[in-house]
Design a protein around this ligand. Structure first.
Ligand code: PEP
Ligand code: MN
Length: 333
């Protein structure tokens, strides 16, 4: 249920209403927008007397929210959420370019890629230290060492870092990581989501390989219901019957997620197709669809990459793409 308050009302009256709602056992999410204040009620609202609320002189309107996702629902928070991480803003008109290798492989590799992508306009560095590989025999990431190397790259370039966390047991290792990535394979690892929710750290939540938008939003709800408002949604391609690329990029997810939710929506065109030459057209289509950012894999030596070399752009290819991204952003302004 949402309660839209009238403009310029007495703060004490607003607080009185919030306290009363809480005393009824409800959670109250307050969204103070530029034009209106919206109270989102969480919990069993079945017994709430709508007519009584509507009759209050500080209340403009009362509506029931039928969707099961509440905190991430745009009805609860009409304005775009801007997530701030390591000094970078994402969402609400702040476009964010995240780039870097699939996996951190060495200090030289991560620092050189970080410098290159920064020069092309990236504002966040990505790099996997814990890799969720399909085969247990494949490179699993440098783990704790990888995180340390990412920090060195951050020190060298000033770029905040994003890296995938696969288990809540590793939270201590990620203490100083700016954005924690929840990978597609862990989108419905609810225990992990609850712990990351409690951590309050910015989370980049990827859509699962075969998950609906509602399921993605319910996973965001797990993070938010646990107290974390810093959530970034990421469309990264889903399983369809495509046979010539890894996944199908669901570009329509971008405007639909924006309609349904106030959270920033970014797109990963690298995992979406798994083919480097397809990354630029997919990236540009995502920008045209209104994405708040892109996360793109870039490697200094893709042929010898320990993971996802086939979909990694070389730094010079990323630089060329970054220029086109600016042009598309300009065109849709
Ligand atoms: C990644 O970003 O390195 C990754 C493993 O992505 P996804 O979880 O989307 O497959
Ligand atoms: Mn990858």
């Amino acid at each position: 249920m949402i309660i839209v308050l009238k403009q310029n009302i007495n703060e004490a009256r607003e607080q009185q209403l919030i306290d009363w709602l809480k005393s009824q056992g409800l959670g109250v999410h307050v969204s103070n927008g530029a034009y209106q204040t919206v109270l989102g009620l969480i919990g069993d609202t079945g017994k709430v007397d709508m007519e009584l609320l509507e009759s209050l002189d500080i209340v403009e309107s009362v509506k029931r929210v039928s969707e099961t996702f509440k905190c991430c629902n745009r009805k609860f928070h009409p304005e775009d959420t801007v997530v701030e991480a390591g000094g970078v803003k994402i969402g609400g008109g702040n476009f964010c370019m995240i780039a870097g290798p699939c996996s951190v492989e060495s200090e030289e590799q991560i620092v050189s890629v970080a410098k290159a992508v920064k020069a092309s306009g990236a504002s966040v560095l990505r790099g996997g230290a814990f890799k969720p590989r399909t085969s247990p025999y494949d490179f699993q990431g440098l783990k704790a060492t990888g995180i340390e190397l990412l920090k060195i790259a951050r020190q060298e370039t000033g770029l905040p870092i994003v890296s995938e966390i696969m288990s809540a047991h590793d939270l201590d290792l990620f203490e100083d990581v700016d954005i924690l990535q929840v990978g597609a394979r862990n989108m419905q690892n609810f225990d992990l989501l609850v712990e990351l929710g409690k951590s309050g750290k910015p989370v980049l939540l990827k859509r699962g390989l075969a998950n609906t938008l509602k399921e993605l939003l319910m996973s965001a709800e797990y993070l938010m219901a646990s107290g974390n408002e810093k959530v970034i949604l990421c469309e990264r391609g889903i399983r369809t019957f495509s046979d010539y690329y890894r996944n199908t990029l669901d570009v329509s997810a971008v405007p639909m997620l924006h309609e349904l939710s106030h959270l920033p929506v970014i797109v990963d065109p690298s995992h979406a197709t798994g083919i480097a030459r397809m990354v630029p057209p997919m990236a540009l289509s995502a920008v045209a669809a209104g994405a708040d950012g892109l996360i793109i894999e870039v490697h200094n030596d893709p042929i010898h990459a320990l993971c996802d070399g086939a979909q990694s752009l070389r730094p010079e290819e990323y630089d060329e793409l970054a220029k086109k991204i600016m042009k598309v952003r300009e065109a849709i302004k």
